[in-house]
Design a protein around this ligand. Structure first.
Ligand code: HEC
Ligand code: HEC
Ligand code: HEC
Ligand code: HEC
Ligand code: HEC
Ligand code: HEC
Length: 457
């Protein structure tokens, strides 16, 4: 390799490493991660990424619109497809609507261009999982792989940088030797890069120090970024119908279990079907809120109810002609590799909804609460047995922390026969029983709540 090409390589390496360190190498990944989350919450109910579903596949959609010369209109489509269609300015809108039997897509007025770009970026860069796993799903995209590749590129850049500096040093020595052999005077170095190289060569210890500091600052930055990936506290997705918990569960005091009726019987709390709402909304057609009638009309449309007729619309055979069902966007979403059961926590563990979801009676739409909010509820709700935690909700640390702190009433007189039985079994295991008796506390951990396989498939 020629000396000056070594120098060029050096310049390139230096700039690319500095750039990589300061230009937030994870921006692109965050886009995909943010897009993934938005996609899961808003679009996954109707769209698959690489297959046709209720709607067309989203991978490549942006390209289709760009090819049709309507690249900018795709944002308008996602925000309000109906408005775009009726404006008549988009051919693609009309075509895809016809192709999918004129099924109307939900509107997303709150999504910004950036949000939509993130979703489409996630869709376009999505690669199906390669390993043969039994539960690999479409939404489990390879964005962590991408982070891994970037990390390795960064490390490679750093290694190259070291090699270059070493080469610069060697080059200088060789130049001296060559010059000495020719009996020449060694000319002064002139370019700024040469000077920098010489300076680094002379003050290598200091340069190394700067380099290490920059490296650690970069790494620290990276770690904090990584730590926030996958944390979705204080998240409230928009919904098609402006349902209000503070009215129904708050003012009217409808029990949570009336609507989330599988919460004590199954893994899922479940969301109510339109029929549950119609128990009341067959007769309640408006509310004190100005927009109430409009919102309830959407409910009627979904249920196939005609409020003027006062009955469901039926076909010739007497079957109810239902409209398009309401699609509720998920707020809480654990990854597929985690097992969580409401029954185990609500029924067996006797934990109040508030401990994990906050004061839902004050919310409008469902949302993911924050640890700080829930901690603030502990003092005023002493009857509910709430405990304070420190880790963000829905993270593994959160589950583990509670399993370590939440005491369980185990004993021959426990109110829950499940725990009487556990007590009986524990008395047959003197080793375990002795530990428990010593600190007098039984927490979920002691019953196996820290075993990986309890929470992971
Ligand atoms: C209620 C179901 C539903 C939801 C939710 C939904 N879509 Fe759609 N989407 C459709 C249908 C159906 C079509 C096909 C056009 C039509 O019939 O309106 C479509 C078409 C599209 C198209 C046009 C694709 C093409 O090939 O031209 C894009 C882009 C799109 N959707 C993006 C999104 C995004 C982004 C979200 C989430 C923010 C989303 N959709 C949520 C049902 C849905
Ligand atoms: C120990 C914590 C905990 C308690 C107690 C709890 N939940 Fe949940 N809840 C969760 C978690 C975690 C999820 C996310 C589950 C997932 O994504 O698989 C969730 C999800 C939900 C959902 C979304 C739908 C679903 O089933 O995934 C609803 C609705 C819900 N909870 C209602 C309730 C109600 C009502 C109560 C009280 C009767 C309650 N939860 C008690 C932790 C809890
Ligand atoms: C136990 C009866 C009952 C049930 C069940 C019920 N609602 Fe309501 N809902 C009402 C009443 C009563 C009002 C009007 C309150 C008022 O005077 O403002 C209302 C108002 C509303 C409004 C108007 C907006 C607002 O905040 O005022 C919406 C939207 C709504 N309900 C949606 C739903 C949905 C969705 C469901 C099912 C998940 C449901 N309701 C279940 C009784 C009920
Ligand atoms: C009248 C019916 C009704 C009642 C009563 C009700 N909810 Fe809901 N809940 C819903 C509907 C509908 C949704 C989905 C729309 C939304 O996110 O607001 C929902 C959503 C939620 C969610 C978010 C689910 C997700 O997407 O992750 C939680 C958590 C929740 N409810 C908890 C509760 C708790 C706790 C109570 C009791 C204090 C309660 N709900 C009472 C109807 C109800
Ligand atoms: C607020 C405290 C709390 C939080 C938060 C919590 N748990 Fe639990 N968990 C409990 C209690 C109490 C039990 C009941 C112990 C038992 O099974 O007797 C339990 C039991 C379990 C069990 C059954 C353990 C066994 O021995 O059979 C599993 C699995 C589990 N939790 C998973 C999770 C997961 C996953 C999360 C996080 C998404 C979570 N838990 C969050 C308190 C909590
Ligand atoms: C009490 C329940 C629980 C137990 C026990 C548990 N995990 Fe987890 N784990 C979770 C939850 C919930 C997540 C998802 C966290 C998220 O999405 O941020 C998770 C995520 C993970 C991840 C993915 C990385 C991440 O942070 O998202 C790995 C790897 C993992 N767990 C390994 C383990 C191992 C190994 C053990 C045993 C030493 C273990 N887990 C025990 C609940 C648990």
């Amino acid at each position: 390799m020629k000396f000056h090409s070594v120098k060029k390589l050096g310049i390139i390496c230096l700039f690319s490493t500095v750039f990589a360190l300061f230009a937030n190498p994870f921006v692109a990944q965050e886009d995909a991660a943010a897009g993934k989350e938005l996609f899961k919450a808003n679009c996954a109910s109707c769209h698959k990424i690489d297959k046709k579903s209720t709607g067309p596949q989203l991978k490549g959609a942006k390209q289709i619109w760009a090819d049709a010369g309507e690249g900018e209109l795709i944002y308008e489509w996602v925000r309000d497809n109906g408005a775009l269609r009726s404006s008549g300015k988009s051919k693609r809108a009309a075509a895809v609507f016809a192709e999918f039997n004129q099924q109307a897509m939900t509107t997303f007025p709150k999504l910004s261009n950036e949000d939509i770009d993130n979703i489409l970026y996630y869709a376009d860069t999505y690669a199906p999982p390669v390993e043969e796993g039994p539960v690999a799903t479409e939404t489990e995209a390879g964005d962590t792989d991408k982070g891994g590749v970037k990390m390795w590129l960064l490390i490679l850049g750093i290694v190259l940088l070291f090699v270059t500096f070493a080469a610069l040093g060697v080059r200088k020595k060789l130049a001296y030797i060559a010059a000495a052999e020719r009996g020449e005077e060694i000319g002064e170095e002139k370019s700024a890069m040469d000077k920098l190289g010489a300076w680094i060569y002379k003050n290598w210890l200091f340069a190394l120090l700067i380099f290490v500091v920059v490296l650690f600052a970069g790494l620290a930055d990276l770690m904090t970024r990584l730590a926030t990936i996958g944390v979705y506290e204080d998240y409230q997705p928009s919904q098609v119908v402006a349902y209000d918990h503070s009215l129904h569960a708050g003012t009217m005091e409808i029990d949570c279990r009336y609507c989330h009726n599988s919460v004590e019987k199954s893994k899922h709390a479940g969301l109510p079907t339109t029929n549950v709402c119609m128990n009341c909304h067959k007769v309640v057609h408006e509310s004190k809120k100005g927009t109430g009638a409009e919102e309830i009309a959407k409910l009627h449309a979904a249920a196939g109810f005609d409020k003027d007729l006062g009955d469901y619309v039926k076909d010739a055979d007497g079957n109810v002609v239902e409209g398009k069902p309401i699609v509720w966007n998920k707020a809480h979403n654990l990854p597929d590799h985690v097992f969580f059961s409401h029954k185990q926590h609500v029924k067996v563990g006797g934990i109040d909804c508030m401990q994990c979801h906050g004061d839902v009676k004050t919310y409008t739409l469902g949302r993911v609460s924050t640890t700080a909010e829930i901690n603030a509820l502990v003092a005023d709700n002493s009857d509910k047995g709430l405990i304070e935690l420190t880790k963000p909700i829905l993270t593994m640390g959160w589950c583990i922390e509670c399993h370590d702190k939440k005491q369980i009433e185990v004993g021959p007189d426990a109110s829950n026969p499940y725990y009487q039985e556990i007590h009986e079994r524990l008395t047959l295991r003197p080793d375990v029983y002795k530990n428990i008796k010593e600190d007098g506390m039984v927490t979920v951990q002691e019953l196996g709540g820290w075993e990986c396989a309890k929470c992971h498939y």
